[in-house]
Design a protein around this ligand. Structure first.
Ligand SMILES: [Zn+2]
Length: 651
């Protein structure tokens, strides 16, 4: 997923939705005879990592979910999903007689198990008191070791993994909207589940909803599906629980290619198709580098502006923020990122959240390679520089324990609290280091082999190290030592051997900014007309902490930053305006914070506002207005910043 990076690195959550519902041939067969989706029954042998997942109560070494069958009703009036989840189970431990599931804020109505004679009988169960971070452990007694168990349940209106939007909060204004965000551990708030990446399962779903609402899932979505309120889905490739996803609203489909397309509200679909027209090319480029796309269709779902992240790599249907639709394709690295997760993350998955860099770091590296292939090295370099500048800022503030790629168990209470600079940017930088040392040809072949070798498995960092030593370091001796490899993974900070990137285009921006600061000559339009979002971001990021009102006025006159529709510029301009006391921007700031719910874009402005009593007041007033449209994840972040400021009032 893409959380907080800048342009290229938004939070990526990738989801791929397939069209051909019910057609299992839709699952992309491997083109080269390498591993395709394994039978779910093979997964126990394949997932050899005996790592404990501290963020799940599940006991996957005793019993594992092989398949999940959902029967759900989407109830907008009560902001609730209700229905059943049926698990097909593989009892691994012959002494095991309990199924332990993760839940959060679920009402459990009934649990039944299938007997050997095919009848279903009630099972005893216990729902434990909720843990603040992990939710409630659901322990089901299954003395007969039922091969199928079914839980009847309902979600809470405040489920952490669901957002419910009234019609007024949508683009069209007439139909309500809901969507899920399961990563890291929010699937348990809408499905009782073994909520750990150590378990992969196939799934099916039958979903009912109001007649005028289209429902999509991280499965085989059908572009031609009739909108009748009844939908069926099948996901034939085994996935971990964080890739379970659902969305419902006034959604229509437009194709980009035979296997790729856009789902969006009718008013948004055309602009999205134009912005993301290169999606098919991205798939082809990635296939050339790393082997076939194995998930069938690759579609994009454009969410409302309240989506708290940049994107989420839900298989077959990436969930995408609309804030990257800026008209010039300058922010489509987000799509490259979500797509890249179809290899790193969805195909080869970290086995616990402490190894999140395996998903995000390798994905961010692949993303940058896709950007370079399609848009050239200059753009890829600019995105690297922006990411590394952010990393430098973040590493000044965060604890060294969070700067390790592989986190020590116990570092985080909540797996959502990892450092994006570490898992995304440092992780990608590590990959770039290996690429630079071994050369592209060798490293590309290695990475492709890694994806094939661990396809449809969840692995810990230790497996990555073992594989890398055996298939990269040892066959190419004397290039990278084991100690260098381990320094990148286990030590805080960035090793001295990290490759540096020079961006001539940013150097030109630096020169233009310096001239303006020196004598007030704004960069000429002949220069800035060539600038993309990346250059503008760099222009603003290099500004002093504060500017004079006259200077801000001059920039606004020349470039119209206040009120910009580009969130990447807004998230840098508004904090600068706030710090400088440029109150002329206050109305536009309030409008921006109300319209957009993507955390990365709005948090810097909230953080700047709360530094002064007047700013804090504006932040609180604006938050009160914006809050009904924010996702619970965003609400939590804003509340925390405001609460902290009130505890230690600004001087
Ligand atoms: Zn990601």
């Amino acid at each position: 997923m893409r959380l907080q990076l800048l342009m290229t690195r938004l939070l990526t959550i990738c989801f791929a939705a397939t069209l051909a519902a019910g057609c299992s041939r839709d699952a992309a067969p491997p083109a080269d005879g390498s591993a395709g989706a394994p039978a779910a029954t093979d997964q126990a042998e394949m997932t050899t990592a005996a790592e404990h997942d501290e963020y799940s109560y599940a006991e996957p070494d005793k019993v594992r979910t092989e398949d999940l069958a959902l029967q759900l009703d989407v109830d907008f009036d009560n902001r609730q999903l209700t229905g059943t989840a049926t698990y097909t189970l593989d009892w691994l431990d012959e002494d095991a007689t309990q199924l332990v599931l993760d839940t959060r804020d679920l009402s459990i109505e009934k649990v039944v198990g299938e007997r050997s004679d095919g009848r279903w009988e009630d099972l005893e169960y216990e729902l434990a008191d909720a843990d603040e971070n992990l939710g409630s452990k659901l322990t089901i007694e299954a003395p007969q070791r039922s091969s199928r168990i079914r839980v009847t349940y309902a979600t809470s209106p405040d489920a952490s993994g669901l957002q419910w939007l009234t019609p007024a909060m949508t683009e069209g204004g007439e139909t309500p909207f809901m969507f899920s965000q399961s990563q890291q551990i929010h699937a348990r708030s809408w499905v009782p589940v073994q909520d750990t990446t150590r378990v992969r399962f196939t799934y099916t779903a039958n979903v009912t909803a109001p007649d005028d609402v289209m429902v999509l899932m991280s499965a085989d979505n059908d572009p031609d599906a009739a909108r009748d309120g009844t939908y069926s889905f099948e996901m034939p490739q085994p996935i971990p629980s964080y890739l379970l996803a659902i969305a419902a609203g006034d959604l229509v489909f437009e194709p980009i290619s035979e296997r790729a397309g856009v789902w969006a509200e009718p008013a948004a679909v055309e602009a999205a198709v134009a912005e993301f027209a290169d999606t098919e090319k991205m798939i082809q480029v990635t296939e050339e580098l790393y082997g076939p796309y194995r998930w069938g269709r690759y579609d994009l779902l454009i969410l409302p502006p309240s989506f708290p992240y940049g994107g989420m790599e839900n298989p077959r249907l990436s969930f995408i923020t609309p804030t990257v639709i800026v008209g010039d394709q300058s922010l489509v690295a987000l799509i490259a990122h979500e797509l890249a997760h179809s290899w790193s993350g969805n195909l080869v998955t970290f086995s616990t959240s402490n190894d999140a860099w395996l998903n995000e770091g390798i994905t961010s590296y692949v993303e940058n390679r896709i950007v370079e292939e399609l848009y050239g090295k200059a753009r890829a370099d600019m995105e690297n520089v922006i990411g590394r500048n952010e990393l430098a800022v973040e590493f000044e503030e965060i604890d060294p324990s969070l700067q390790r790629l592989a986190l020590k168990p116990g570092t985080l209470d909540d797996p959502d609290g990892s450092s994006s600079a570490t898992v995304y940017t440092k992780g990608a930088w590590f990959m770039q280091f290996l690429e630079q040392r071994f050369g592209r040809e060798t490293f590309d072949a290695f990475l492709r082999g890694y994806f094939d070798h661990f396809a449809f498995q969840s692995i810990p960092t230790t497996k990555f190290i073992e594989y890398t030593k055996a298939h990269l370091l040892e066959p190419n001796p004397g290039i990278v030592s084991a100690a260098e490899l381990e320094e990148w993974i286990y030590e805080p900070g960035i090793p001295d051997n990290a490759p540096q990137t020079d961006s001539p285009r940013f150097n030109a921006v630096d020169t233009a900014r310096a001239a303006w600061l020196d004598d007030g000559t704004v960069p000429a339009q002949s220069l800035t007309s060539e600038w993309t979002t990346q250059e503008w971001v760099h222009f603003l990021e290099g500004m002093p902490e504060t500017l004079s009102i006259e200077q801000l006025d001059a920039l606004d006159d020349a470039y119209g930053f206040t009120g910009t529709p580009n969130g990447e510029l807004a998230q840098r301009w508004y904090p600068l305006a706030v710090r400088s006391g440029y109150t002329q921007a206050n109305d536009a700031i309030a409008e921006f914070l109300v319209d957009i719910g993507r955390r990365k874009l709005i948090m810097p402005t909230y953080a700047a506002l709360v530094q002064t009593p007047e700013g804090l007041q504006l932040a609180e007033e604006t938050f009160a207005e914006a809050r009904p449209g924010y996702h619970p994840i965003t609400t939590g972040s804003v509340e925390a910043v405001i609460a902290e400021a009130k505890q230690a009032p600004a001087q």
